[in-house]
Design a protein around this ligand. Structure first.
Ligand SMILES: [Zn+2]
Length: 88
């Protein structure tokens, strides 16, 4: 299975989508995986990349960034909703 591309990075202001940051290291985002936290490179020039995404520096991918981003996004949704509905 193809590894999903990372489309959210962690900025000082919270999660940022790839389409909301400047290209390259100027995105000022780090890996959402707390144990990693390495700077991310925004690859958001659609002329250069078929699918825009964040990348670690070559050889620095921790392999847990995507899962961590989903985890943090879910937390943001729950914080916004302030409720969880469960089946009876
Ligand atoms: Zn990482």
């Amino acid at each position: 299975m193809k590894k999903p591309l990372l489309t959210y990075g962690l900025s000082k202001a919270g999660l940022k989508h790839i389409s909301d940051v400047p290209n390259g290291l100027k995105c000022d985002c780090v890996c959402p995986n707390k144990e990693c936290g390495k700077p991310l490179i925004a690859r958001n020039r659609s002329s250069e990349h078929k699918e825009i995404h964040f990348a670690h520096a070559p050889g620095a991918d921790c392999g847990k960034a995507y899962e961590s981003a989903i985890h943090l996004l879910a937390k943001e949704v729950f914080k916004e909703l302030m409720e969880i509905r469960t089946p009876n």
